[in-house]
Structures are given as structure tokens and as C-alpha cells.
Design a protein around this ligand. Sequence first.
Ligand code: NAD
Ligand code: DAU
Length: 340
Amino acid sequence: MKNILVTGGCGFIGSNFVRYWLSNHSDRIVVLDKLTYAGRRENLDDLWSDARLSLVVGDIADGDLVRRVCREQGVTTVVNFAAETHVDQSILGPLVFTDTNVRGTHVLLEVARELNLRFHHISTDEVYGHIPDGHQSVEPDSLAPRSPYSASKAAADQLVQAYFITYGLPVTITRGANNVGPYQYPEKVVPLFATNALLGEPLPVYGDGGQMRDYAHVLDHCTGIEAVLQHGRLGEVYNVGTGREMTNMEMVEIVLDTLGASRDLIRHVADRPGHDRRYSMNVDKLRALGWQPRFDPREAVAEATRWYAENRAWWEPIRSGEFRAYYERQYAERLARANS
Ligand code: NAD
Ligand code: DAU
């Protein structure tokens, strides 16, 4: 039995991973989470009574805390989900992205080196930057991030790889595509659009909506991470996605059709600065470990949308609370000037 430190375990993917892992393994999990606006204790309310799960509220950039938790809890493995994760937030206020995603990851690596821990880092397809038609990113491709968020994630990736090369730290990295599923904070596009449609509010599509993303179900990301933790080669990077992308307009139509809502809710608004037009990853390296995705992207978007329709009690307090100020700042002027 292992003791796993899951950082960011109260966020979207982290909480889905904790739930998946406890259902399929006998290991103990310590969640270390700062509980930012995106981290919610209630995402794991069904599991806090499990004696194998505990929560430490704190910052991954606090080395003394991380060291003490790892020592006291006998941690053997770190799975690092903790991050600032929203591109639009990184455009509005970038410095915290460096604090958590770069310095925080570096602090975790230092403690892992000191205590000789297995280290798995969660990265993103955004580190490859915009991908021209006809190419799919493969793991050795060079990194070309273009937003403050993706630049901070690329810096973290390179630190993780440097710790393997320089110190022989047992590391692996997964680079995930756009995840959808339960408990995703409604700043991200699928929960934003699903909850807007459920509230009868317009859906703000950036630019022409022709941008392409691989919308992958979060459970397929969790099984991909599991495959790498169990069978991955140390020092290696693995892409995790479906390998198939769709345009944002196709995604919006799935959301609206799933809810039986009108396409009249669509508004084309001012684009995100530096918006990457296309992400696309080849996932053959992960498939070679025996993994395969269960959901195709259309099913993943539809299934995620249904979850928001069926779980209003989870998102209504978020939408009516602190989220409103961010929503006004990000969308009020865009929507006022929108084209339908
Ligand atoms: P999220 O924003 O839902 O959750 C992030 C979690 O990290 C929250 O619980 C938050 O409280 C916590 N956190 C933030 N700063 C912290 C700090 N300094 N110390 C401790 N905890 C802190 O994010 P998510 O979508 O679940 O993403 C998780 C990871 O997966 C991130 O590393 C992200 O870059 C990566 N990723 C996300 C996607 C996606 O589509 N959401 C895709 C690929 C990779
Ligand atoms: O690709 C992996 C990445 O996916 C993760 O690393 C990030 O943490 C995660 O936030 C996500 O980044 P994106 O920027 O791709 O996701 P987002 O949900 O913000 O946007 C998805 C697409 O939808 C993108 O092309 C921008 C567009 N969009 C987004 C919002 C919020 C809109 O058109 N309107 C919106 O209001």
C-alpha cells in the first residue's frame, strides 16, 4: 500500500482522480490544497468519511509545510495537480500563475528530491502552443506556449524533466487535453455554457468559434494517469486525450442540443488575446501502455452537460456568489458588443 500526496485534490480533475483512485486501489491519499476559488472541499464530500483520505489545507509553495506533511504521513508518491488553471484568469492576473505553477512545482520537486519520492506531474497540451492543420503533437515536440498560463506550465514541465536528468528523481509527466466532466468550475467553457443555457443566459463564443479542442472526459484522464503511474517509463512524457478534436461551434451545439436549448443563445464576442487556434495530440505512446479512452469527445461533452443539468445544487451557489464579479469583468462589455 502506498501513501500518495495528491496536490490540488479539491479541484476538478484532482477530485475526480481521488474518487477514481480510492474506488480502485487500497492506497491512502493525503490531499494538499490551498482551496482557492477553484478548490472546493465539497467536491469530495462523499469521501471525507473514508479513513484512507485526509486533507491538509495549504500552499504547495510552502516548503516547510510540504516537507512536514510528507514526513508525518509517510508519503511515497506525489501526484501534482495543484495549479492556477484558467487562461482568461492568467490574462487578467498572471503573477499568481508563476507563484503556484512554477515556484510551487519547484518546491515540491525539492522536497521530493530530499525524501526520494516518486513524482508525477500533470501538464497540458497547451505547452505545445498552436498546432497547424495536418500535425498532431508528439511528446518530443518542442514547447511553444503562448499564454501566461501555458508558459508557466511549460516552465514547470522543464523543471520536472531537469530533476530527472540532473538528480535522477523518478518522475513522469502527462500532458492532458481539454477535460470535461463533473465538478469543473464554471469559468471553463463547457460548464460555463451548460450553466448559462440552464439559466437562459447567452453563450459567449470567442471570435468565430472555429478554434479546435480535444474535449476529453475527465475519467479517461484519470485512467491515463493511472497507466503512467503503474507502467510508465521514468523520465518520460505521455500525452492524454482522445486524439480527435472538434470546433468550439460543434461543442456549443452539443451543449445546447443536449439541454434542448435554442441556438439563439449563441453570441460571438471579442476573442481571447493570443487565442490558440488549434490543439491536437497524438496519444499512441499512452495507448502502447494498454490504455484507451472510453468516451469519444461528443459523448464526453454531452455527458458533462447532463451532469450540470442534474447537479444544480453544486453550481448554483458558485454562480450566484463570488463568480459574478469575475463574470462581469470578463463578459459584460463583450456581451454588450456581441454579434449573435
Ligand atoms: P482546477 O482549477 O479545477 O483545480 C486546481 C486545484 O489546485 C484547486 O483545488 C486549487 O485550490 C488548487 N491550488 C491552486 N493553487 C494551489 C497552491 N498554490 N497550493 C495548493 N493547491 C493549490 O484545475 P483542474 O482543471 O482540475 O486542473 C488540474 C491540473 O490539470 C492542473 O495542473 C492543470 O494545469 C492540468 N490540466 C487541466 C486540464 C483541464 O482541461 N482542466 C487539462 C490538462 C491539464
Ligand atoms: O487544453 C488543456 C487546457 O484546457 C488546460 O490546460 C486548461 O487548464 C483548461 O482551462 C483548458 O484551457 P482552454 O483555454 O482550452 O479552456 P477553456 O474552457 O477556457 O476554453 C476552451 C475553448 O473555448 C477555447 O478555445 C476558448 C473558448 N471559450 C472559452 C470561454 C471560457 C469561448 O469561446 N468562450 C468562453 O467564454
